[in-house]
Write a protein that binds this ligand. Sequence first.
Ligand code: NAP
Length: 279
Amino acid sequence: MYIMDGKETSRELKEALKMQVKELPSKPKLFVILVGDDPASKIYVASKEKACKACGIEALTLCLPADVSQKEVIDEIEKANKDKSINAILVQLPLPDHINEKDVIAAIDPMKDVDGLTSANQGKLFMGQNGLVPCTPKGVMHLFEKYNVDLTGKNALVIGRSLLVGKPLAILMLNKNATVTIAHSKTKNLKELCLGMDVIVSAVGKPKTITADMVKEGTIIVDVGINRIHGTIVGDVDYLNVSPKCARITPVPGGVGPMTIACLLENVVECYKMQKEIE
Ligand code: NAP
């Protein structure tokens, strides 16, 4: 069993980005909108800010109260769209229930859509055109590349179909010639499906979604899930019992999480370059 080390891979990626940023005529700038007091969201935003700064990227966070109106959030996005000093806009999800996430995302200028969530960028991904790709799926593809996982002809299962992770990842893997199946909460035969797979990516958010009896010897597993149990973080995979059967596996923590942050930085630089028309 070989670990696909997201900590080390993200460190290399961030080092390379830092060098690139140094060569740019000015500092790229990320604008983050954080609504409400969700503790997990606050931690995520703080770690994104810290990673930006370490890489020479400016990060500015606007904290809005939980009862802010949808119009006020969209007004802030529209201001940031027009502000030439801002290269990338990130709205930290989830938003409070009274705000429609789709409407908020739709307000982001696709050229500044650092999470790749607008229909323009998701459409480009679907069409195989260059655009901004969501950070987590991009991070998973970096790990496949770093660890020489050739997806050509492999039977691959993506569990989860969110716009943030599952769907875009399935398309990226398809573009690398995997034979891709997508599973979700209504899928009936998950165990049988898993047993026929060469590659499994779990992006569900439930511990022990994948147990040892569901996996054949030599499977490659990517665990995207983040679950908090009594103060510790675990993935979707029963790592202790599943990992001995795997050819490769990502740990949680230290797998996909750090890659997501590194790819966010990569996307900020990509936004900057697109706007400045730098190759
Ligand atoms: P999400 O929007 O809640 O999507 C979860 C998906 O899992 C849905 O498509 C759902 O199916 C499916 N699902 C739920 N129960 C299932 C079951 N028993 N069997 C099969 N599929 C099932 O979540 P997300 O934003 O994609 O995130 C997924 C997980 O990844 C979460 O734990 C999240 O914290 C984590 N995450 C990690 C990173 C990172 O950097 N490591 C980044 C983003 C997200 P339906 O569509 O039918 O409801």
